[in-house]
Design a protein around this ligand. Structure first.
Ligand SMILES: [Zn+2]
Length: 186
């Protein structure tokens, strides 16, 4: 085989190899392209390992969300937060509550009369206390959030008594749009 033929054969095999490998390589690239995007509502949730959670969360956040701990009243991040925004799950980022249903309960914990969407939280009976309570957790990752009681304000009559450590607050940015130069001159 002369040099020209050998070069042609080499080029052909490289091209064929690239075409064969390309679809797989592309899907790997596509998966890795945006690793930090929050999961969408429909994305299947892959439960995190205990080690991953310990790396991601503070000791308090881990204790509250994984061991159903309770943070101290009045000594937590959001009990008196009056800013407009969303309260998302600290583990999986699901939107749990918003400032629209937050109210002053006087308990020292952030309190809401309704979740953002009823499907975003789930419940189970908690018999650990001396009376029966309803435990509230994230419906996607099962992080413990707090409890719900029947002494809340209208319209629901519910009091979602949450732990700040189970949530991260995302403030709503002002959406007032300043007129552009073009709009001003019209
Ligand atoms: Zn979650």
């Amino acid at each position: 085989m002369n040099l020209r033929k050998r070069t042609a054969l080499l080029l052909w095999s490289l091209t064929a190899g690239a075409i064969l490998v390309a679809p797989g390589a592309w899907s790997v690239l596509a998966q890795d392209a945006r690793p930090n995007d929050p999961p969408t509502e429909d994305a299947p949730y892959k439960p995190k390992t205990k080690r991953e959670l310990q790396r991601q969360l503070t000791k308090l956040q881990f204790d509250v969300t994984q061991n159903e701990g309770t943070e101290p009243a009045f000594k937590n991040r959001y009990w008196n937060n009056k800013k407009k925004g969303a309260y998302n799950c600290v583990v999986c980022d699901r939107e749990l509550f918003t400032s629209n249903t937050k109210y002053k309960s006087g308990t020292g914990w952030p309190s809401f009369y309704a979740p953002y969407k009823s499907a975003n939280v789930a419940y189970r009976v908690d018999n650990k206390f001396f009376y029966k309570r309803i435990e509230v957790h994230c419906s996607r990752c099962e992080a413990h959030l707090g409890h719900v009681f029947d002494d809340g304000p209208k319209p629901s009559g519910k009091r979602y008594c949450m732990n700040s450590a189970a949530m991260k607050f995302i403030e709503t940015r002002a959406t007032t749009k300043k007129p552009t130069t073009a709009e001003k001159s019209e």
